[in-house]
Design a protein around this ligand. Structure first.
Ligand code: NAD
Ligand code: ZN
Length: 359
């Protein structure tokens, strides 16, 4: 299978995304320069499956050390961040060395933030192993959580390369496929009608070919990269990437980041955004029904899932999210496929919509 190469340009650095089957065996080949030492950070699930392959992909001249955190969102916190730093210091990692984030968005965010801060910043690369990481590995946002809020401590730090081995997705559990594919279809909805049709036509996720998923990841990354290129620090168009995330983040927070994945929560949020869009733009030809069918086909939790949540509590979370962004609640809607737009809502009107949507 051929290796796809996508350039990403930002004000703070240019890099390539490589996508292909088996790339974890060739990580060193795709680095933009030589490093004396690399420090691989991964999680306990991935370490069992792919860590040795990545370690073995480096030639004997390169000193390789590894650090494994427990799998799961809980590792994106200060203790593990500190442990990574301690271990990097003990391994003799220097300013000119490289950190490798081998894993999903959790490892990417944690290792990326370690790289952003270790000795005031060292190079790092992303070696994503989840579908969701097509989103998180591009754009340079890196962060850990604070007990009072997700991603509260972080920075912008662009990787030197993203080396995406689609073969690792063979072992990704079904819920994680659902989580990542929600972000794939989000990218299609905000930017690419043809890609959206391709998403709607997919077979069940466990029957998607390697070529097809590589193609979708490439398109998703291209969309994300173009938006980030235009608006690195999220002052304008980058906000459109938040389609489905206002409600999605609230659901995630209310579930304690455990009973539902990020993407599954976002999928409900996208469904809600389409519901609102159809009301705001009655003339638009929006894919609400097709999206609903897609959710059902791939066993996503549906809007009825909201019955498990207290709507007042969700609204509090939405307001908190808003406080972190703007004074007013503004939701990303679609005036048509590929045309995202921000629409303001009062707390009361949004609550009324939520009640109607849930029913
Ligand atoms: P994750 O990294 O926790 O991975 C999900 C689960 O799948 C974990 O248990 C992991 O061990 C396991 N796993 C990973 N790869 C596997 C593989 N190939 N085979 C089998 N199991 C595998 O979660 P995620 O969904 O990839 O990422 C979520 C995180 O990403 C959140 O913390 C979110 O805040 C962050 N995120 C960041 C950005 C950004 O721009 N920085 C964007 C979106 C999401
Ligand atoms: Zn997301």
């Amino acid at each position: 299978m051929r290796v796809e190469q996508l350039p990403v340009q930002t004000n703070t650095g240019n890099y390539n995304v490589y996508i292909g089957k088996g790339l974890r065996h060739q990580v060193e080949t795709y680095l933009p320069k030589q490093y004396n030492q690399v420090f691989i950070i991964t999680d306990s699930h991935i370490a069992n499956m792919y860590l040795n392959d990545v370690v073995d992909s480096f030639s004997s001249e390169v000193k390789v050390s590894t650090y494994t955190v427990p799998a799961g969102e809980n590792s994106k916190q200060m203790d593990w961040f500190h442990e990574c730093h301690t271990y990097a210091i003990e391994s003799g990692l220097e300013r000119s060395d490289l950190i490798v984030a081998l894993g999903g968005g959790v490892v990417g965010d944690l290792a990326g933030f370690v790289a952003a801060t270790y000795m005031r910043g060292v190079d790092y690369i992303q070696v994503p192993t989840t579908i969701l990481a097509h989103d998180s590995s591009v754009g340079g946002k890196v962060a850990i959580n604070h007990p009072q809020g997700k991603n509260m401590i972080g920075s912008f730090h662009q990787p030197q390369a993203v080396i995406y081995d689609t073969e690792t997705l063979d072992t990704l559990p079904g819920t994680e496929w659902r989580s990542g594919m929600a972000e794939v279809i989000k990218h299609a909805l905000i930017a690419d009608e043809e890609m959206l049709e391709q998403c709607f036509d997919l077979p069940s996720f466990d029957a998607i070919s390697n070529e097809t998923i590589a193609d979708l990841l490439k398109k998703g990354i291209h969309i994300k990269a173009s938006i980030v290129q235009e608006d690195e620090k999220e002052k304008g168009v980058r906000r459109y990437l938040n389609l489905g995330h206002t409600l999605g983040h609230a659901i995630e927070a209310e579930s304690g980041y455990s009973s539902i994945t990020h993407g599954e929560a976002v999928a409900i949020g996208i469904d809600f955004a389409l519901f609102l869009s159809a009301k705001q733009f009655p003339e638009a030809n929006l894919p609400n029904e097709a999206f609903r069918k897609w959710l059902e086909k791939h066993n996503y939790p549906l809007s009825s899932k909201l019955e498990e949540y207290n709507l007042d509590a969700l609204m509090e979370k939405i307001k908190k999210d808003k406080k972190n962004n703007h004074q007013q609640i503004r939701i990303v809607l679609l005036s048509s496929i590929g045309e995202p737009t921000l629409v303001p809502y009062s707390e009361q009107s949004l609550m009324a919509e939520l009640i109607e949507f849930r029913n």
